[in-house]
Design a protein around this ligand. Structure first.
Ligand SMILES: O=C(O)CCC(=O)C(=O)O
Ligand SMILES: [Fe+2]
Length: 201
């Protein structure tokens, strides 16, 4: 995989370490990976429960893990597939760049502007106290919104581009929420992969 030497951007934020690498994967390789993942991933759509009502999750997902350990969030329990060769190679590259081992990757497919991921933090117990989460984006660019839980002026957005890697670490999941909002713009599909480390509780 060709990694670009282009400098990463480190954002100065209270209670968060956020690093953005716009060209983590070179354009044509990112496109090949995008097509491969769109076509070969066993995408699923789960039901989520919000205030006692059941909705279809507004995106498709798939979970891969080095172990069979299930992962639960928003009332959904996902059972992992075993890592494919392609995802394992990607995991190794991302581990190297982020100096962090990962056990799992959650894939999200946003089919169009109606697909989204509501305000949340990745703060499940099995991620540990201050998790490092590495998020690779492929396909259509979408805005990543993030806001501090108590410092109301701390509200930002970052365009996550094709082939980019975003690393969230430090206290970010404790103090900030993030989302991918719906958009009325005509947007093509986007695949996002979030690498995580699940710990034994
Ligand atoms: O699609 C994204 O960039 C964010 C995904 C995300 O926040 C998650 O899966 O927890
Ligand atoms: Fe998240």
């Amino acid at each position: 995989m060709s990694l670009f030497a282009k400098a990463q951007e480190v954002f100065e934020l209270p209670n968060a370490d956020l690093i953005y690498r716009p060209k983590f994967i070179e354009e044509s390789e990112a496109s090949d990976l995008f097509n491969h993942l769109i076509n070969t991933t066993p995408w699923q759509q789960d039901d989520i429960n919000i205030f006692g009502k059941t909705y279809a999750q507004p995106r498709l997902t798939a979970l891969y893990g080095v172990e069979d350990k299930p992962y639960s969030y928003s009332g959904i329990t996902m059972h992992p597939h075993r890592f494919t060769k392609v995802l394992l190679a990607l995991k190794h590259n991302i581990e190297e760049i982020s100096s962090q081992p990962f056990t799992s990757v959650l894939l999200n497919l946003y089919r169009d502007g109606n697909d989204s991921n509501g305000w949340h933090a990745d703060n499940e117990k099995e991620l540990g106290k201050h998790p490092v989460i590495a998020s690779l984006s492929l396909g259509e660019s979408r805005w990543f919104h993030f806001k501090h839980r108590t410092l109301k002026q701390e509200r930002h957005k970052l365009l996550l581009e094709h082939g980019s890697l975003l690393i969230m670490k430090g206290e970010m999941q404790e103090h900030w929420l993030h989302q991918i909002a719906k958009t009325k713009r005509k947007v093509k599909p986007r695949v996002n992969l979030t690498f995580r480390k699940l710990i034994n509780l």
